[in-house]
Design a protein around this ligand. Structure first.
Ligand SMILES: C[S@@+](CC[C@H](N)C(=O)[O-])C[C@H]1O[C@@H](n2cnc3c(N)ncnc32)[C@H](O)[C@@H]1O
Length: 229
């Protein structure tokens, strides 16, 4: 109701596309705050329409927009239907995982949703370890495939992580989202061998007891939640 009222009233107060766009942005950001959306929605609401108008004034060719949409779709493949988007682990996370994998004396490692290989590639560069990288978004998959081209111990699979048989691995790593952790926990419980290790970056499995939590000193202050199966 508030949005409808603002949409009706604001044109009476503000004239011109720019002012109207700013007013719409402010109203949407306010509404977002009232609805308690996560804080990062505020700048998106605030800037969406002004940015659209600014881009229109640049008179860019229309195919450029199509190209950008296609590229984004190839990177953020399933995100529109609620799947996990691409964001990357830091070098410090890869270093910490190397230490853990060594300590575990692991022979086989899986990265579920491997992105562009920020974890899988440095780990596979240690030839003693067999690394399987599961990634279904086309562009990240192509990038990781290219990065692993000279690593015979790395296998890059363009498939859903839900089709991965976890029983094959000593250590399984995932950096996904809170939304999938309960379901992934069930899969880990069902499939992973007793004694193997599951590590989740940033997001714990609800109601599970960790064996340890590794605090990483990177920009995000990442936590690695380690679960002994
Ligand atoms: C947060 S990123 C993590 C990337 C990488 N593991 C890292 O730590 O840098 C999550 C990745 O999981 C991929 N992903 C999401 N759902 C997936 C699924 N069902 N099967 C395979 N990959 C998936 C996304 O495309 C994205 O690249």
């Amino acid at each position: 109701m508030l949005t409808i009222a603002l949409a009706w009233m604001l044109p009476l107060v503000f004239h011109g596309a720019w002012r109207l766009a700013l007013a719409q942005g402010a109203a949407a950001a306010l509404w977002s705050g009232i609805l308690r959306q996560p804080y990062w929605w505020t700048p998106i609401h605030l800037l969406f329409l002004p940015t659209a108008i600014a881009l229109l004034t640049l008179q860019l060719p229309s195919w450029l927009y199509l190209l950008i949409v296609l590229l984004l779709a190839l990177v953020f493949w399933g995100t529109v239907k609620g799947d996990v988007p691409l964001f990357l682990s830091s070098t410090a996370v890869a270093d910490a995982l190397t230490v853990i994998v060594d300590r575990e004396n692991a022979g086989a490692f899986a990265d579920l949703g491997a992105g562009v290989g920020s974890v899988a590639v440095p780990l596979a560069q240690r030839r003693a370890l067999k690394v399987d990288a599961w990634e279904y978004a086309p562009l990240p998959w192509l990038i990781i495939l290219w990065r692993c081209r000279k690593l015979p111990n790395a296998t890059v699979k363009r498939a859903s992580l839900w089709d991965c048989d976890l029983a094959r691995y000593d250590v399984v790593f995932a950096f996904l989202s809170p939304a999938v952790m309960a379901k992934l926990g069930e899969k880990v419980r069902r499939e992973m061998r007793p004694g193997s290790l599951f590590i989740s970056s940033s997001f714990p499995i609800p109601d599970w007891q960790t064996e340890s939590i590794v605090q990483i000193e990177d920009r995000r202050r990442t936590k690695l939640f380690c679960y002994r199966v």
